[in-house]
Design a protein around this ligand. Structure first.
Ligand code: BG6
Ligand code: MG
Length: 216
């Protein structure tokens, strides 16, 4: 029986995926990369900051050195942090605090499994830091999803084996990470039907039979 639930953050609990897009778009505009669209932004879902930068730069014709790329990624993060300044609980997706409270009352352990290095500040600003038992984020890992590292660290922080955990994800990279880590997965978000999770639901606002999922 599964005892732990590992939640991705951006696009699962909070609507920060939109803010990532706006920050990347600002950088793209500055670099004169006109072709970066919301469709390209979908390829950035769940992958690391540097891989996300590669998606933007692939739309322009110019080559950049590794040092220049680091400066650009840092610049985008500055724009993103500016947007995060105004973040509050209104950025939480529908039914999130209620779901976390109910799952805790039902006796499940919960952790965040996000490759974002901004995860701690997002959790604090949206007021859900205290609703989870552990956080595994970009600051804890060296390999991004689809590598399972961030979820393996999360399971370890909860004191659980991977097979005792369910991953909740909105990105294909995250579902692959769960599978590689030996964990079951629940796909949510705009692409929930095609992510390849063991279970799926449009969002946490849908009626989800957690007991059935955790006991299956
Ligand atoms: C993931 C997002 O949660 O975090 C990605 O889905 C993002 O789009 C990644 O690139 C890294 O985030 P950050 O906040 O460390 O730049
Ligand atoms: Mg996500």
């Amino acid at each position: 029986m599964r005892k732990g639930i590992l939640f991705d953050l951006d696009g699962v609990l909070v609507s920060t995926d939109r803010l990532h897009y706006l920050a990347w778009k600002r950088l793209a505009d500055e670099l004169g990369i006109a072709g970066f669209t919301e469709e390209d932004n979908e390829k950035q879902r769940g992958v690391s900051r540097m891989e996300s930068l590669a998606v933007v730069l692939a739309k322009g014709g110019k080559r950049y050195s590794e040092e220049e790329k680091l400066v650009l990624a840092d610049k985008k993060n500055g724009y993103y942090r500016e947007l995060l300044e105004t973040l509050d609980e209104s950025a939480l997706l529908a039914n999130v605090p209620q779901t976390l409270r109910q799952l805790r009352a039902d006796g499940y352990k919960m952790a965040i499994g996000s490759v974002s290095k901004n995860a701690p500040v997002i959790l604090e600003k949206t007021g859900i830091a205290g609703l989870v038992d552990a956080v595994s984020c970009g600051l804890d890992i060296t390999k991004s999803k689809p590598d399972p590292e961030v979820f393996l660290v999360a399971a370890k922080k909860l004191g659980l084996a991977p097979e005792q955990c369910l991953v909740v994800e909105d990105a294909a990279a995250g579902i692959t990470a769960a599978k590689r880590g030996g964990m079951a997965s629940l796909g949510v978000g705009p692409y929930y039907e095609t992510l390849g999770g063991d279970f799926c639901a449009r969002s946490l606002a849908e009626p989800i039979d957690w007991k059935r999922i955790m006991e299956s």
